[in-house]
Design a protein around this ligand. Structure first.
Ligand code: CA
Length: 235
């Protein structure tokens, strides 16, 4: 797998509360939220839980168990330190094994698949505006500028009972994966993202996506991972 990754604070915020992880078979982005820099703590907790997770023999159950564990850690952390009360994070995680992609997802970060130059979203946003869109009450463009676009319906750290979306697909040679936080897609359409992803080098593609989001004002932290599937990932 050839991977490029880039994270940037954006042009408005003072702190970067996003975090990400790139390991040989594991990719993840997390977008933290909460006052007093607590969002940074929440996103770091889920990323370290993933990095330290001991066993991946059964990827789907490992992903689920790890995110449930991270959810507990964040809730306990918030209880132990009142300055971190209310912290939470999104988590979008991809595990690549034997030609299969297993993914787990909570919140409004995204996982996309670019195959034969067509970009397809694999995750559903867990946000109020995404639900209004799904029920036909908002268009994509209205959702992008909606005053409540930051309100999540699901995030880690909010409740002990957390519903985690899981999915899996078979990968093919030359597939490209994109993981991103909403700082990217709040200012770029899927069509624009697809166009930038024609850049062959994954690191350059990641940098160009971040630059394009900043050129649109960079209203939020931006994190992207671009991963190209190689022959070794299909064995
Ligand atoms: Ca964000």
């Amino acid at each position: 797998m050839h991977v490029g990754a880039e994270t940037h604070v954006g042009r408005i915020r003072h702190l970067n509360e996003d975090d990400y992880h790139v390991a040989p078979k594991l990719l993840a982005v997390a977008d933290g939220m909460g006052g007093h820099a607590a969002g940074e703590v929440a996103s770091r907790l889920v990323i370290s839980a993933l990095a330290d997770w001991p066993g991946w023999d059964e990827p789907a159950s490992a992903l689920r168990a790890c995110l449930l564990h991270a959810n507990d850690l964040i809730i306990r952390g918030a209880k132990a330190d009142t300055t971190q009360a209310g912290m939470g994070t999104t988590a979008t995680v991809a595990r690549i094994d034997n030609g299969k992609l297993h993914y787990a997802h909570v919140g409004d970060s995204r996982l996309y698949l670019l195959r034969h130059s067509i970009l397809k979203r694999l995750t559903h946003d867990h946000s109020v505006v995404a639900e209004l869109q799904r029920s036909g009450q908002l268009t994509e463009n209205e959702a992008r500028t909606h005053p409540q676009r930051n309100l999540l319906t699901r995030a880690l750290g909010v409740s002990g009972h957390i519903d985690i979306d899981l999915g899996e697909i078979d990968l093919a040679l030359y597939d490209r994966l994109l993981l991103c936080t909403d700082g990217l897609n709040v200012v770029l359409t899927d069509q624009e993202i697809q166009h930038i992803l024609t850049t062959p080098d994954p690191q350059k593609a990641a940098e160009q996506l971040v630059a394009a989001a900043n050129a649109r004002g960079g209203p939020d932290n931006i994190t992207v991972i671009v991963a190209d599937i190689g022959k070794e990932d299909l064995l």
